[in-house]
Design a protein around this ligand. Structure first.
Ligand SMILES: Cc1ncc(COP(=O)(O)O)c(C=O)c1O
Length: 470
């Protein structure tokens, strides 16, 4: 028995009992997820969480922590774009805590597992053998890494000399996620140099893109990259990725695809599978396992077509990080050479446990079901003459208005009020978005627990509440 160091349990049998109790409660909670919608945070919770030390943590996790969640584990949660989490996360959480791997590099299992997970995703996205990637917190960080690599390609020596007075330009469609704006700001392009390309039939107009690039070049700027979207955050729309890949190739600029959630339609059945055609031609893809692959937070991925370009943007090893042929300092390549983090969490374990326990096909089926449920929601709204359908869902996002025949301002106020009321009474979580100047209800069904009765009941609840409020 090790000597008492003050931090490990003094009584391992007592700890075992505490942990078993927590595990049972955790499994019950996940099994009964439908009984646990989001509820407003009770007053005084900050005080409950004030650090006092020495408490019975196992019991307090059950009584004070697990009840106050964000609700995205519930079958009728469709707000923003969030994943549900999987039972395999419980297993990976336990094993991951015991290993406590730092996946910045060195020669240990978690590094090899991350390679396996990235290789699976690479094949899934149709990127060539030899493409590389790194797991990150999410698509926001993945986007920064991708843009940094694009900048190194465009400006020789930028890592050492800085950008100087080169005026770099990035292009994206109007509905691009805010992560692109942040990345453009962070790597020194500046958001004034993010050009919004007109959209035609829900997709970036590739002809307009080419004309804008030519005009910027003529004005002495450096067109750097174009961002294609595979699954827009508002409406779940997809750009013509083959058209963008052709334009990027002809213009010699970097094609980045934001596939945060929508990239995973590659696993779905037709007609959704084809939405991402051409994605494998991108120079980089950002995507999240924590959204539409349902694994627990956080886990995003950036894939880069060229490992050489990926390393060129980030590789640097001072003396204290030198690798070796053998021993723990072996295991080259190290992930610290593929991004900004040196110390890194073992995110691959969550993905590996998910795929190994359920198999790839189960995820494709769940994604297909989610798309079909968005269509069902659209149809349920259409069946009610009092409600107003939004555009037909392209993937898993359905937008609609609780009442037709009202002014945009009244419709907006009603939809916002309904979203809030349903959240607070625990019936369903919709978020809202702006569609042509009107606030509409929006459901992003990236939730493997949602069933047809959930969708029907939620639309009925919206209708009933609208009746009451108007
Ligand atoms: C299309 C799109 N891009 C980027 C992001 C940002 O991803 P993350 O929250 O993983 O940083 C989101 C988040 O919802 C998204 O929907």
């Amino acid at each position: 028995m090790a000597e008492n160091n003050g931090l490990d349990p003094q009584d391992w049998d007592a700890f075992r009992a505490e942990a078993h109790g927590l595990l049972d409660a955790a499994i019950d909670r996940m099994r009964d997820a439908a009984d646990h919608p989001w509820q407003p945070v009770p007053e005084g919770l900050e005080d409950v969480y004030a650090i006092r030390g020495g408490g019975d943590v196992g019991a307090r996790l059950i009584s004070d922590v697990m009840p106050h969640h964000g609700g995205n584990t519930h079958p009728r949660f469709w707000g923003w774009v969030q994943g549900t989490g999987l039972s395999s996360d419980i297993l990976s959480g336990i094993a991951g805590a015991v290993i406590n791997a730092n996946v910045g590099g060195r020669d240990h299992g978690a590094v090899y597992m991350e390679r396996a997970v990235i290789d699976w995703a690479r094949r899934c996205m149709g990127m060539p053998d030899g493409a590389s990637g790194v797991l990150v917190t999410g698509t926001s960080q993945a986007t920064v890494l991708a843009f940094a690599a694009a900048r190194v390609r465009a400006l020789d020596g930028v890592r050492q000399a800085g950008q100087g007075d080169a005026r770099l330009i990035a292009y994206a469609a109007q509905g691009v996620h805010n992560a692109t704006r942040k990345a453009v700001e962070l790597i020194g392009i500046g958001s004034d140099n993010l050009r919004f390309v007109p959209v035609r039939d829900g997709q970036m107009d590739c002809g307009a893109l080419r004309r804008m690039i030519a005009a910027d070049r003529a004005a002495g700027a450096v067109p750097l990259l174009v961002v294609g979207t595979a699954g827009s955050v508002d409406m779940g729309l997809f750009d013509d990725l083959n058209g963008l890949a052709d334009a990027a190739r002809d213009e010699g600029i970097w094609l980045h695809v934001d596939g945060a959630f929508g990239a995973w339609t590659r696993l779905a059945a037709d007609p959704w599978r084809g939405l991402t055609d051409g994605i494998g031609r991108a120079d980089s893809i950002a995507l999240d396992f924590h959204k539409w692959m349902y694994v627990g937070y956080d886990c995003g991925l950036v894939l880069m077509r060229s490992e050489e370009e990926h390393r060129a943007a980030f590789a640097a090893r001072p003396a204290y990080l030198q690798g070796a042929e053998r021993g723990l300092a072996g295991g080259d390549p190290w992930y610290c050479d593929y991004g900004v983090d040196l110390s890194r969490a073992n995110r691959a374990l969550r993905v590996w446990c998910a795929l190994e326990s359920r198999g790839e096909a189960a995820f494709g089926d769940a994604i297909t079901r989610n798309c079909a449920l968005a269509g069902l929601m659209h149809d349920e709204v259409g069946r009610r003459s009092s409600m107003l359908q939004g555009p037909a869902p392209v993937s898993a996002i359905c937008v609609f208005s609780a009442r037709r025949g009202l002014s945009p301002a009244d419709q907006s106020a009603l939809n916002a009020r309904i979203a809030q009321t349903l959240q607070e009474n625990g019936e369903a979580v919709f978020s809202t978005t702006d569609v042509g100047g009107t606030t509409m209800l929006r459901a992003a069904i990236t939730n493997h627990r949602t069933s047809e009765p959930d969708v029907r009941a939620a639309v009925a609840a919206v209708d009933a509440l609208a009746e009451e409020l108007t």
